[in-house]
Design a protein around this ligand. Structure first.
Ligand SMILES: NC(=O)c1ccc[n+]([C@@H]2O[C@H](COP(=O)([O-])OP(=O)(O)OC[C@H]3O[C@@H](n4cnc5c(N)ncnc54)[C@H](O)[C@@H]3O)[C@@H](O)[C@H]2O)c1
Length: 372
């Protein structure tokens, strides 16, 4: 009964004019008075999620809305991959009364400063970025605009508004040419092998500087090959699924001699949410590196899988064999990724643990429904 009332309310609320919704959001007491009992807390925290129409941003927004947080989502809906997938993700979010979306490019300094001037955020989770290793070989400026200029704008916004915690996405690609496994956050990462990786490493350095100079709590998360429902069509597992179901050959790089620490999306979101709730604290010490309220974590499965094994499980789930075209290693790529998650486990009591059988099963279920 209650869930039907909630669903009805959410649908009606989503159709209200934006000015009315904004008024309600600004007055939490109003929100709780309007909602069916027990469906929303009297106080909802507001989280800015950048890249909300993207794969990870969408899942995070969904999870936060389910736990009664308000989400202010921004995205420029760029066409790096199929925009209709980004719009379909946004459509899933729009019925939640706590969700607001603004189409906005965070590399535009003035627009972003206005956003921070007009709103108060209890936490900022910066997931918007120009992603992808190979694309950075052909489109370097997209990475500079979104990942360097855009990241600076986010840092400045958080600094001026004194946001209690900025959580931002880094990447396992920062480990670049490293050969020591598993990759630990304390390992030197001075040899990125793509511009994408270099911008992510730069973000970590920039965030540290803001934590050091302004005491601003920041946490960087190095994600390891994230996959799952509503995933990214530019990533190998999604391309493989499309090609296999269309009877086309798949391209297997480095002749299949690759290992990836494939990490299921729900595990990544669990890690992000737990980290969000633990802003790093400044420490009383003369060691500047330890004193700044800045942390880094790997979010990976701690269980690398051979690429050919991954393809085998995908074939089983799809019930079709892949025609494999074996190709050499691609520039910018790395042979293996493997996350050391001891720091994450120690600080937030969690580490990813979904098997590829379970994760790919859920991906294929969604993939069939979405592409039918
Ligand atoms: N998915 C993975 O396997 C993976 C692995 C490592 C790191 N990451 C990082 O995690 C984050 C989320 O990745 P994802 O897989 O959801 O990627 P995604 O491409 O699906 O999402 C990123 C979103 O950011 C938006 N965006 C890009 N530039 C923007 C700008 N200037 N202004 C506003 N919006 C902008 C895009 O439109 C997109 O919707 C990214 O920072 C990515 O680099 C992802």
């Amino acid at each position: 009964m209650k869930s039907r009332a909630t669903a009805q309310f959410r649908k009606l609320f989503a159709e209200l004019p934006k000015q009315v919704k904004d008024l309600v959001y600004r007055h939490p007491a109003l929100t709780s008075a309007m909602m069916p009992p027990g469906t929303l807390g009297t106080f909802m925290k507001t989280v800015l999620v950048t890249g909300v129409a993207g794969f990870v941003g969408f899942h995070l927004a969904q999870r936060l809305l389910q736990s009664n947080r308000r989400v202010y989502g921004i995205d420029n809906l760029n066409d790096y991959y199929d925009v209709s997938l980004k719009q379909a993700r946004l459509q899933q979010l729009q019925y939640s009364p706590g969700f607001t979306f603004e189409k906005l490019d965070f590399s535009d300094r003035t627009t972003l400063a206005t956003l921070f001037h007009n709103h108060r955020f209890d936490c900022v989770v910066h997931l918007g970025a120009q992603a992808g290793v190979r694309y950075s070989l052909t489109h370097p400026h997209a990475y500079v605009d979104s990942n360097l200029v855009g990241f600076t704008n986010i840092l400045e916004g958080c600094r001026h508004q004194q946001v209690p915690h900025l959580v931002y996405a880094s990447s396992s690609s920062v480990y670049g040419a490293n050969t020591k496994v598993p990759f630990a956050v304390g390992d030197p990462v001075d040899h990125p092998v793509s511009l994408y990786a270099a911008t992510k490493k730069a973000n970590e350095l920039m965030a540290f500087t803001y934590s050091h100079l302004y005491g601003m709590p920041t946490t960087g998360l190095r994600f390891f090959t994230v996959y799952g429902p509503w995933g990214r069509p530019d990533m190998a597992y999604y391309k493989f699924a499309l090609a296999i179901t269309q009877g086309k050959p798949i391209e297997v790089y480095n002749h299949g001699h690759m290992q990836r620490d494939f990490t299921y999306i729900d595990d990544v979101i669990e890690g992000v949410v737990r980290v969000m709730e633990r802003p790093p604290q400044p420490k009383e010490t003369t060691d500047a590196a330890a004193a700044a309220p800045h942390k880094l974590y790997n979010i990976g499965n701690h269980s690398p899988v051979e690429l050919l094994r991954f393809i085998e499980v995908l074939e089983t789930e799809l019930g079709q064999q892949a025609e494999k075209r074996f190709l050499p290693m691609q520039p910018g790529d790395v042979v293996a990724t493997y996350a050391d998650v001891a720091a994450l486990q120690a600080d937030v009591g969690f580490q990813p643990n979904t098997s590829i059988q379970e994760g790919l099963h859920r991906f294929v279920q969604w993939f069939r429904e979405y592409h039918q």
